[in-house]
Write a protein that binds this ligand. Structure first.
Ligand code: HEM
Ligand code: H49
Length: 362
């Protein structure tokens, strides 16, 4: 098949499914005629807003690694395909951060920028997440988030200067076509953060740790009907284990378990004391307590698993088979206490979906 035939084949599958879901089956034929001539003439085609929103929501529903899919219909979709300059794109990203944060009552949203045209990306956001902490190599180890070392270096090479603290928010890095990337600071007042404290251990706040409220993934590619949206940042709210069992606990991230265990008076020289497990649970208790007390949306892994069970039932009622990646769907804390652990999922890749793409820097 030629490139145009392949594109039309992908478009036909998406348009047919999308208008059946929208209960408008009788406009499929007319719409496919339009798309066929657009592809023949320009080598690509443009989605209507309705198709774009339907595709972005279906892509969430098809995300096999996502435990939060029950709410896929509620995704708010910002159409930013008309924006052509780094400045306008920066402003749209600030708007997304503000809308999604909503003073703590987080609203799931996606902002979709101009798609790739004939294999040429039009917009790329270099950040993994719109809000994430910098990581610095120093003579006595890493300060900040080790996961951000390479992007932090790239930002410094572009002239960005961080304060060098453990929690410096990285600038937004926006690249249009093949122009050099431009970096933009996020105004502090737009970045909601939560200081982590524990409901019983008063010493916990002396650890001086915090985390940001809203996770906004900005480096994945949204593919809808053969069109690749290489810049389509999307946010939900956190499941506490992401922060308490991974970001703050992994030895190659903030590595806080030994410090927490010591302050708990646990015997860290003996594995069998299960000191890591006790420290891990209390770190997650602290994250949940802090976000809830500050009115910032978050879900615990038990509630999230129950919601996912509801999603599975809802999909069965809609006549769709649930696909999933068991290895990511089970939470990293007490996985066997959830129903997910005790069943299997077919890890089939449906489209539309969100895909990894090569980093534009290294
Ligand atoms: C509303 C609250 C949501 C919660 C609590 C949630 C929870 C999660 C969690 C815990 C993961 C695993 C992440 C990891 O272990 O690194 C995940 C993965 C994922 N989620 Fe969700 N999610 C939510 C909303 C969304 C939304 C709005 C989208 C897209 C529109 C989305 C798309 C994805 C994708 C694509 C992955 C896989 C990422 C990868 O492969 O690296 N999720 N989700
Ligand atoms: N709660 C969330 N968590 C999430 C979702 C998708 C991807 C990620 C980041 N996953 C990659 C990290 C880094 C390696 C393993 N985990 C987090 C959401 C982020 C954006 C929408 S929901």
């Amino acid at each position: 098949m030629t490139e145009k035939e392949t594109l039309f084949h992908e478009a036909k599958q998406f348009i047919t499914a999308c208008y059946h879901e929208l209960n408008k089956p009788d406009i499929i034929e007319e719409r496919l005629k339009e798309i066929k001539s657009e592809i023949n003439r320009y080598g690509y085609y443009e989605h209507t807003y309705e198709e774009l929103a339907c595709g972005a929501r279906a892509a969430w529903r098809n995300s096999n690694r996502c435990i939060g899919r029950l709410f896929w219909r509620s995704l708010h979709v910002f159409d930013a395909r008309h924006l052509a300059t780094e400045q306008r794109i920066y402003e749209a990203l600030l708007n997304h951060i503000t809308y999604a944060t909503n003073e703590g009552k987080i609203r799931p949203a996606i902002t979709i920028f101009k798609p790739q045209i004939k294999q040429e990306p039009q917009v790329r956001i270099w950040n993994h997440q719109l809000i994430r902490y910098a990581g610095y190599e120093t003579e006595n180890g890493v300060t900040g988030d080790p996961a951000s070392l390479s992007l932090t270096r790239a930002c410094q090479e572009m002239g960005w200067k961080g304060k060098g603290s453990r929690f410096d928010v990285l600038p937004l890095v926006i690249q249009v076509q093949q122009r050099p990337p431009q970096w933009f600071e996020i105004p502090e007042e737009l970045v909601l953060e939560v200081p982590i404290r524990h409901p019983e251990y008063d010493w916990f706040e002396d650890l001086n740790i915090k985390w940001y409220a809203v996770p906004i993934i900005s480096d994945m590619c949204l593919e809808i009907g053969g069109i690749h949206y290489t810049a389509s940042p999307f946010n939900g709210w956190y499941m506490e284990t992401e922060i308490g069992a991974r970001n703050l606990a992994d030895t190659f991230r903030y590595n806080l378990l030994p410090e927490v265990a010591k302050r708990m008076g646990l015997e860290i020289s003996r594995n069998a004391s299960l000191w890591k497990d006790k420290a891990l649970v209390e770190l997650n208790v602290a994250v949940l307590h802090s976000y809830k007390q500050d009115g910032v949306s978050i879900v615990d892994h038990h509630t999230a698993a129950e919601q996912f069970k509801q999603f599975e039932q809802q999909e069965r009622d809609s006549g769709r088979k649930v696909t999933g990646d068991w290895t990511w769907l089970i939470p990293p804390v007490s996985p066997a206490t959830t129903h997910i652990f005790h069943q299997t999922y077919e890890n089939r890749m449906l489209k539309p979906n969100y895909f990894y793409q090569d980093r534009p820097y290294e």
